[in-house]
Design a protein around this ligand. Structure first.
Ligand SMILES: [Zn+2]
Ligand SMILES: [Zn+2]
Length: 311
């Protein structure tokens, strides 16, 4: 009897010790190794592959503590119809997207924190639509991205609206005025920052994707955007996907990152994964780059609220 009455106590004590040790090491882990990849995609955008389970398993295997889903948000044409293009979910698929997130959360259980958002396109006149998208779900964050620039003088002529990062239009780059494209891009990026609609601004210098860059010092393009981002208090990302594109550089380049650091702009590190194998890709390279630019912390986002984790 004595033995059996003591055993549970001993067991309990042992378990408690174990639990405390686990809790302590878990807390230490959190304080020193919190890491998130918030810019990732799902097959709903028609150019990504994988299941929620595969993405979550990849995030856990990469040692992340937070995994964020931010697929390409729906956009409607000016006449209210869809599809706008062939690389995003439709408005009618938002419930399917929310289910995808729920499946990811279920699979993640308590092994990793799942956050959710949308990657929204900055387009002329998109403000009301973006505000509407924000109301559709309790997103943790919205990412704002410029994938389209409007060339020519008539902004209502949709043939002049160009998703410049789409490989389908690579030929168009060869015959484009690079300085003009860059000016239009950075004006759009600055307008997007000024809007204050987003928690995070995506891949800051995506315009360099195919390697087309103006000559000389590029800070003339960056400075107005940096001022606008700093004023709006928006987070930027290092997006490592650029390393695997023709430009062979992360977005943004070092000069932009140093200006952002000097302006006190918060930072996250993202993979822009469109496949489970790309989750947290090149993270250590990005961390080294962030540190070299003077960053000491990255940002964690929970329902729009920020906390900071040492790099
Ligand atoms: Zn994409
Ligand atoms: Zn993007």
């Amino acid at each position: 009897m004595q033995a059996s009455s003591e055993t549970p106590q001993l067991k309990t004590a042992k378990n408690d010790t174990k639990h405390l040790a686990f809790t302590n090491s878990h807390l230490t882990f959190k304080q020193h190794h919190m890491s998130a990849d918030y810019h990732t995609h799902t097959p709903l955008c028609l150019h990504a592959e994988g299941t929620p389970q595969q993405y979550i398993d990849a995030a856990i295997a990469a040692g992340l503590t937070e995994y964020g889903i931010s697929d390409h948000a729906p956009v409607k044409k000016s006449d209210g119809t869809e599809p706008f293009d062939d690389w995003r979910m439709l408005t009618s698929q938002i419930p399917e997207y929310i289910q995808w997130i729920a499946d990811a959360k279920a699979h993640a259980a308590d092994k990793i924190t799942v956050r959710c958002g949308l990657e929204c396109d900055w387009l002329p006149g998109c403000e009301n639509w973006t505000e509407h998208l924000r109301t559709l779900h309790p997103w943790d964050y919205l990412i704002g991205s410029v994938h389209y620039i409007t060339t020519g003088s008539d902004s209502s002529d949709s043939s002049d609206t160009w998703d410049f990062d789409n490989p389908a239009w690579l030929g168009k780059w060869a015959e484009s005025d690079v300085e003009e494209a860059w000016s239009l891009y950075w004006q759009a990026y600055t307008d997007m920052a000024d809007s204050g609609l987003y928690d995070v601004l995506g891949h800051p210098d995506l315009i360099k994707k195919f390697g087309y860059k103006p000559e000389g010092d590029l800070t003339r393009y960056y400075e107005p955007a940096i001022d606008a981002i700093a004023t709006a208090g928006t987070i930027i990302e290092i997006n490592t996907a650029g390393l695997h594109k023709p430009c062979a550089e992360m977005y943004p380049d070092t000069a932009f990152l140093e200006l952002a650091r000097d302006a006190g702009i918060d930072l996250i590190i993202s993979s822009d994964a469109h496949h489970p194998s790309e989750v947290a890709r090149d993270r250590n390279t990005a961390i080294a780059t962030a540190k070299a630019a003077g960053y000491t912390h990255t940002t964690l986002i929970n329902q729009g609220k920020r906390s900071y984790a040492p790099l």
